[in-house]
Design a binder for this molecule. Structure first.
Ligand code: LLP
Length: 434
């Protein structure tokens, strides 16, 4: 991405600036950085539940289930907030299933997506009695049937169909292209449904798709919905009836405040619902699997400036967070909003254009590039819109300790994950004998 300067400092809704200082709900971020240390992920309870509530309102009056995509942010505290609000879950691994259950989530409101479920994961999910397997291949259908037969159960299945639509997002997060590894090929879907319907160990209950993430227009979702509904109608002709329609997740959030205007949650859900109703399928249960739009705007990553240095070609603010804490810039060249937590009214050195970089030994370790900044060592910066795919993609690269996580509720802040300690780094490792 080209070098750009910071747009107007308009924070996202969970974070507001009061007299120059950024707050999460009623707590100054500076205070949180001091109390819990940095790097620190901070989430607003109110913002998470607000977003969830928008989904609920958009779907009210019809049979529906919101299955929050756990991968976006899998902290137990976050999952528990959503479980208590009545959310279902979309999982992609046995680990995520364990998290949902530990957080008080309901297995019967959980769908299991992913292209490579192992036999062990399938067995665990069957025993937990999840709502549905979102099946992505013929081999998976076969494995699920075999495991279900062994356990003397009937496995509820939906086929994740690849609708072959270009959602116009980053290629790494476009999942419904003809060339994608995801879902069953559109042309094979009917045949696989026939096979599933004839299998005594499987119960066909739905159809699903997920065309990608950070999709900023409604049109690709509408096209995908139509493609899915075409199949539903062909299946109904063959007397294969479906109980639910799952349109996945993928709604974009506005990472920038200067002109990015993705559909709102209500507009996105409304667009899908209109297609479903227009084609006479309004009686079916509707599922969505939103991740980013629920937790993204609700989170920030706080980091402290370790030092400022002038390179031959530009300046760097070196911070104590890095690509191991937040991979999106390195992985997708993503633009993330980085702002000083306390704005300086009279900058000591004036403003300069700088890159915000971490301590990791990779040139890809940058968090923001070409930003107009005025910071000193010790200043705290906040990366906004970082609640989704931040901590959940964090690693220990360079043997760095993973950040702590905090949920703010009004004027209270709760640590929902303590900062890692050096001892945690080597858990499970050992040396070979002489
Ligand atoms: N359902 C399925 C089957 C998915 O694979 C995903 C995300 C979702 C739902 C939720 O999508 P969302 O509403 O969050 O867009 N790490 C990337 C995003 C990867 C998305 C993977 N799948 C990023 O940071 O942009």
């Amino acid at each position: 991405m080209s070098r750009q300067t910071n747009p107007a400092e308009v924070p996202l809704a969970a974070f507001v600036r009061r007299s120059g200082a950024l707050y999460c709900e009623d707590v100054p971020l500076q205070e949180l950085a001091q109390r819990f240390g940095t790097p620190l992920y901070v989430y607003s309870r109110r913002a998470i539940l607000d977003a969830y509530g928008q989904y609920q309102r958009a779907l009210s009056g019809r049979a529906s289930l919101i299955c929050y995509a756990v991968k976006a942010n899998s902290n137990l505290g976050v999952l528990n907030l959503l479980a208590r609000a009545g959310s279902g879950f979309d999982i992609v691994s046995g680990g995520e299933l364990a998290r949902v259950l530990a957080a008080g989530g309901a297995a019967e409101c959980t769908v299991f997506s992913g292209v490579g479920k192992t036999e062990q994961e399938i067995e665990r999910a069957l025993r937990a009695q999840i709502m549905c397997f979102n099946v992505e291949s013929d081999f998976e259908l076969q494995t699920i049937s075999t495991v279900a037969a062994r356990l003397r159960r009937r496995a509820p299945v939906s086929l994740r169909v690849n609708p072959q639509i270009d959602p116009g997002t980053h290629p790494y997060i476009a999942t419904g292209l003809k060339s994608s590894k995801f879902g069953v090929a559109y042309e094979q879907a009917i045949e696989l449904y026939r096979r599933a319907a004839a299998d005594p160990h499987l119960e066909v209950i739905g159809i699903d798709c997920h065309i990608g993430s950070q999709i900023a227009q409604a049109a690709p979702f509408e096209q995908a919905a139509d493609r899915l509904l075409d199949l539903v109608e062909r299946l109904e002709h063959q007397r294969i009836g479906l109980h639910h329609l799952d349109f996945g997740g993928g709604l974009a959030i506005a990472y920038r405040s200067d002109g990015e205007a993705p559909p709102t949650i209500a507009e996105w859900v409304g667009a899908i619902v209109r297609r479903v109703d227009a084609r006479g399928h309004g009686g079916k249960t509707l599922l969505v699997e939103p991740g980013r739009s629920v937790v993204g705007p609700a989170g920030a990553l706080l980091m402290q400036v370790i030092g400022w240095k002038q390179g031959a070609a530009g300046a760097f603010a070196v911070v104590d967070a890095a690509m191991n804490d937040q991979m999106r810039p390195a992985l997708y060249d993503a633009w993330m909003d980085v702002q000083p937590v306390v704005a300086r009214s009279e900058p000591p050195r004036g403003f300069a254009i700088a890159d915000v970089v971490g301590p990791i030994c990779e040139s890809g370790d940058w968090l923001a590039r070409g930003r107009m900044l005025s910071v000193e060592a010790g200043d705290v910066l906040a990366m906004l819109g970082a609640g989704a795919y931040g901590m959940s993609m964090a690693s220990n690269y360079n043997s760095r300790l993973r950040a702590a996580e905090v949920i703010v509720d009004g004027s209270q802040a709760y640590c929902v994950r303590r900062r890692e300690r050096v001892e945690d780094l080597m858990v499970g490792e050992s040396i070979v004998p002489d």
